[in-house]
Design a protein. Sequence first.
Length: 190
Amino acid sequence: MKKILRALALASMLPCAALAQQGDTYRETKLGLYASATEAHAMMEADPRAILIDVRDPSELMFTGAAEGLDIHVPWMVLDRSAFDADKGTWPMKRNPGFEAAVKARLDALGVTAGDTIIVMCRSGSSRSAPAADVINAMGYAKVWSVTDGFEGSTLKEGGSKGVRAVDGWRNSGLPWGYKVETGIAWTQE
């Protein structure tokens, strides 16, 4: 009886999950491999060959931190410091033209095979980890995961700290992180 009740409860949640995902097609990858930050950390603990790639701009790692256990840092998008957008009050991001070559060189240096697990993480899982995962998959890697809540997670929707990234994500889930990125891991513009 308990098994039937559990199955019914799970089945009743499936339409809700499908509706929630309809608006998030930009987060989807061709492989359909997704993990929360907590799940990604567990994957890394269980599989010593699993590789974690952070695709955020270097300034994000410097000011908000990076996951411990990070293997590769190559930004998918980089801040264009030469083009301030006065209307938006910020700098635009542009695609890193050296992404593929830099990632391939790092994966080769680590001896990563086509069947090894690769986990890709950005700030919030909203717009960089999925396309980066697709590009890495197109390079011949078959198990490329996108972290759905990223390093910083989602924003609070109400209260005095509304808009602050304090929901889920690697940093907010109590997973190990710090501000120092090792020299062999940190991306440098070549």
